[in-house]
Design a protein around this ligand. Sequence first.
Ligand SMILES: Nc1nc2c(c(=O)[nH]1)N[C@H]1C(S)=C(S)[C@@H](COP(=O)(O)OP(=O)(O)OC[C@H]3O[C@@H](n4cnc5c(N)ncnc54)[C@H](O)[C@@H]3O)O[C@H]1N2
Ligand code: MOO
Length: 414
Amino acid sequence: MRSVEQHLSAILAGLRPLPPFEQHLLDAHGHFLAEDVAAERDLPPFDNSAMDGYAVRLVDVLGASEQNPVVLSVEQELPAGVAPSLIELEPGTCARIMTGAPVPPGADAIVPVEWTDAGAAAEGSVRISRAPGLGQHIRTVGEDVRSGQVVLTEGTRLGARQIGLLAAIGRDLVAVRPAPRVVVLSTGAELVEPGTEPAPGQIHDSNSFTLATAAKEAGAEVYRVGMVADDGKALLDAIEDQLIRADLVITSGGVSMGAYEVVKETLGRLGTVEFVKVAMQPGMPQGFGVIGPDQTPIFTLPGNPVSAYVSFEIFVKPALRALQGLATREEKAETAVTSESFDSPEGRRQFLRGRLVRSADTGEHAVTRVGLASGSGSHLMGGLAHADCLIVVPEDVTRVEQGEQVSILRLESA
Ligand SMILES: Nc1nc2c(c(=O)[nH]1)N[C@H]1C(S)=C(S)[C@@H](COP(=O)(O)OP(=O)(O)OC[C@H]3O[C@@H](n4cnc5c(N)ncnc54)[C@H](O)[C@@H]3O)O[C@H]1N2
Ligand code: MOO
């Protein structure tokens, strides 16, 4: 049997990041940057006012107070957007200025309009009753971002705040990784679509829904094909039809030891997909390889619903990250104290469904505690839906006692 690490390494060795492409800002949203972005100009690009008020020479207004106001003649009018042909502020004068307007040469502080009579007393002059500090209310050139500074690094996911920064420094196009296009199909003669009444012996296909939405949560663009009959030709035809729009294919079912293991039998014959046993529970029977003219990677996950999901978390998610040019796992290893005792199979890494327990009094947990969300059966979907982490029990541990530290992997929810 292969270890989890050996199988993951074998998978990652066969994957390259998808080629980057240039996108307009709005379309780049949600994608990962494929370049370091440096600012081509300073931000703010020029000294400008943070207040509606009056640009002054500080020496002219020092000591101004309600009792001893200073009166200055208003020689300039500076709305935001004025051309930079600014005139030097003469001593004893000031400029009426709006928020965002460039500060004229000579001015070294802004008096907010609230500290003045707004020119009410006499035409062409303003009465100032309070002095600002040196440079007060002036936003200086480059104080936010310097020209040449790297503002966002490769691998950053572009959300609203990052897109806003790119726009602020004047970028309209950025190189990003495309969302991997993932095709999901399920095999099994017993499967029917949700919303239809299963005949005796039939069950609803849940794997293709779990896997499609998990792939979407991991940043993929997903095509759920649904169910394919347990027939080798139908399976190959369905996969070949889909390859045109796939950067990655995921199947579930048909990979263990049964008499009708269509995936294993059909893809095994191609010689490019390897079927192995991995020392884990759930998720022991695994397949990975490439298929078609473009050597599209394909995962053949086990059919048991929890096995398929755990296999996705442990193997497919890192692969989707690799296709997007990212390090394989984002999360740091965490630990928690178990509130229950349980057994674990020898020689296999067990991934149990866990639920973090919040302390009733504070709502905080200085020590993270975790309980079981369900038993370890690979068919128990109810418990999986209520889990918020996987408890990871090493291969050589067969018993965990209540109160012991265990490793956990947090599960994301939409
Ligand atoms: N003799 C052995 N039997 C089994 C072994 C083994 O080593 N020797 N391994 C077991 C383990 S572990 C797993 S996991 C499963 C893997 O089975 P397959 O990948 O071949 O999947 P199926 O046989 O098609 O289905 C297994 C189980 O899951 C249900 N299923 C399948 N697809 C779906 C779906 N899309 N939605 C919901 N449920 C699905 C299916 O009905 C079966 O109950 O093999 C064990 N057996
Ligand atoms: O290894 Mo299977 O995936 O436990 O149910």
